[in-house]
Design a protein. Structure first.
Length: 201
C-alpha cells in the first residue's frame, strides 16, 4: 500500500532514523512550520518539503484545502499525520502498513512502547497481541485511508482548527469505521504530556 507520512518539522526538531533513512517504502512530506530556512535533505528517497504555519492539525486543514497537496494525497492509499517527536524503526513502520492493509484498516496507528509517554494506557503495546480493533486512535501518529479524506476535509471546513484534541474521540463515529491499533510493532512518544499542555489545548 502506497503510504505518505506528513510530519511538521523545524530546525530545532529531532531527526529520527525513520525520517531520513533510504531503507523505507513510505514517502515523507516534511512541513516546515518555523521561520527558519530548512534545506531539503537530498539524500533521502521520496522526500518532499513544503512551508505551512501553525500547529499540526491546523496545518492538516490547510493541506486538505490546498488543491496541489490534496491531489498529491490521492496518489496514496494511506496518509499518516505524525508528530516530529516520535521514535520509530522504518522497517516496523513498513511492516505495520502491510498488517493494516491485510485487515483493510481505514484508520489505524502503531501501539506505544513501554518506554513511551502515553495518555491512553489502552494504546500501550501488548506483545501478546498482533492488533486490536478499538473505538479511537490517538492524534499524534494516525494513518487514514485516503478514501476518508473528503469527509475529514468537510468536517474541518466547519470549524476553526488549532489543536486536534477531541478528534481522536470522534474519529471513529465520523468515519464510521473501527480503528485498528497494531500491537506487533510500536513507536515511542518522547514528549511528556503535562496537565498544563492539556489545559492549553
Amino acid at each position: 500500500m502506497k503510504t505518505l507520512i506528513v510530519v511538521p518539522t523545524a530546525k530545532k526538531s529531532n531527526t529520527p532514523e525513520w525520517m531520513y533513512t533510504f531503507d523505507r517504502n513510505y514517502d515523507i512530506l516534511h512541513i516546515n512550520y518555523s521561520d527558519e530556512h530548512m534545506l531539503e535533505h537530498s539524500s533521502a528517497r521520496h522526500y518532499m518539503l513544503m512551508n505551512f504555519k501553525g500547529q499540526k492539525w491546523s496545518i492538516v486543514k490547510q493541506l486538505l484545502n490546498d488543491p496541489f497537496v490534496y491531489e498529491l494525497f490521492q496518489e496514496y492509499d494511506y496518509v499518516g499525520f505524525w508528530d516530529d517527536d516520535l521514535i520509530a524503526n522504518a522497517n516496523d513502520i513498513d511492516n505495520s502498513i502491510i498488517v493494516a492493509a491485510s485487515v483493510k484498516a481505514k484508520m489505524w496507528q502503531m501501539s506505544l512502547s513501554k518506554d513511551s509517554d502515553c495518555f491512553y494506557p489502552a494504546l500501550r503495546q501488548n506483545p501478546a497481541a498482533s492488533l486490536y480493533k478499538t473505538n479511537f486512535i490517538e492524534i499524534m501518529a494516525p494513518f487514514y485511508h485516503t478514501s476518508l479524506l473528503p469527509r475529514m476535509k468537510e468536517f474541518f471546513s466547519m470549524y476553526e482548527v488549532s489543536t486536534g484534541w477531541g478528534f481522536d474521540v470522534i474519529g471513529s463515529s465520523l468515519f464510521e469505521t473501527a480503528p485498528v491499533v497494531i500491537h506487533h510493532y510500536s513507536i515511542t512518544h518522547s514528549c511528556i504530556v503535562t496537565g498544563k499542555q492539556i489545559g492549553r489545548a
